[in-house]
Design a protein around this ligand. Structure first.
Ligand SMILES: [Zn+2]
Length: 276
């Protein structure tokens, strides 16, 4: 059978939906995908001039060593994600989710695009945290929203002109994002999201719901999203639909791989059946 038809059937027959997403989900909204140094440097040519890769720059140590540099990167991204409108694939998936008895989202994206597209905050796990939330670099003041925080950035020099401070101790604040080599990330907000996710999985189990997982744009470089979907698919006997233009392969029996871009793949699997 045509894999698209199989995917549509699996989605139609399911009564619980899990949407999992990686960086590829944002590409059709015009967001950069930092895959590989070249991809990152295309988005931030100034980082190439400074000789900094994504892994080097996305490191919490800069918030202490050079906050103007750290906040140039995160301040620019915060503004970019605030200004970006989620593409149509978000609303197509949300409409589908609302037809199901249970649904949830698991994303490694820190951009808050699911919330912006109208998804229920209580039904989302942001496994790498969120750029729309802040924490302190020094004390345990907890996590607070970045709403209303403006970070002006001189992009030619790649320096932030000002940045947020901790409301409790006055030290430099940082985004509540899990970075590379990050031992000071406050995981409490994500932890609470994961508890709600576990409750969702319990309900799927107890109610014996037929689960379908749609994974969009999750690569193998940071494989958390792929592994999560694969583990849940095998644990629950659900079908995993993997939409990925470059790495669509999937273990036999676990699901269906579609070699397509995010929006293209979502349109294909959510389209009403043609003819007959
Ligand atoms: Zn503090």
């Amino acid at each position: 059978m045509d894999p698209i038809v199989s995917a549509r059937n699996a989605l139609k027959e399911s009564d619980a939906l899990l949407i999992t997403a990686g960086a590829g989900m944002g590409v059709d909204s015009g967001l950069p995908d930092f895959r590989g140094n070249e991809g990152f440097w295309r988005a931030y040519p100034v980082a190439k001039k400074l000789g900094l890769s994504f892994v080097e720059l996305a490191n919490p140590h800069w918030f202490e060593a050079d906050p103007a540099l750290a906040w140039a990167f995160y301040g620019h991204r915060l503004r970019l994600y605030r200004e970006t409108q989620p593409h149509e694939g978000f609303s197509l998936m949300l409409a589908l989710a609302r037809q199901k008895e249970e649904w949830f989202v698991f994303t490694s994206n820190v951009d808050g695009q699911f919330q912006k597209a109208g998804y229920d905050e209580e039904k989302i796990v942001e496994c790498h945290g969120s750029i729309h939330h802040l924490q302190c670099t020094e004390c345990s003041a907890g996590i607070w929203p970045a709403e209303g925080v403006e970070i002006p950035v001189d992009m030619s020099a790649f320096r932030a002109l000002k940045w947020p401070k901790c409301h409790a101790c006055g030290a430099t604040a940082r985004p509540n994002i899990l970075m590379f080599g990050d031992w000071s990330w406050d995981g409490s907000r994500t932890g609470a999201q994961e508890e709600r996710f576990e409750d969702f999985l319990q309900r799927v189990l107890v109610k014996r719901l037929k689960l379908c997982i749609v994974e969009i744009g999750a690569g193998t470089a940071v494989p958390t999203v792929r592994f999560t979907g694969e583990n849940i698919a095998s644990r629950f006997g659900g079908t995993l639909i993997r939409i990925n233009p470059r790495e669509p392969w999937i273990e036999q029996g676990l699901g269906i791989g579609l070699s397509m871009g995010g929006l293209e793949g979502i349109r294909a699997v959510t389209a009403a059946p043609q003819g007959v």
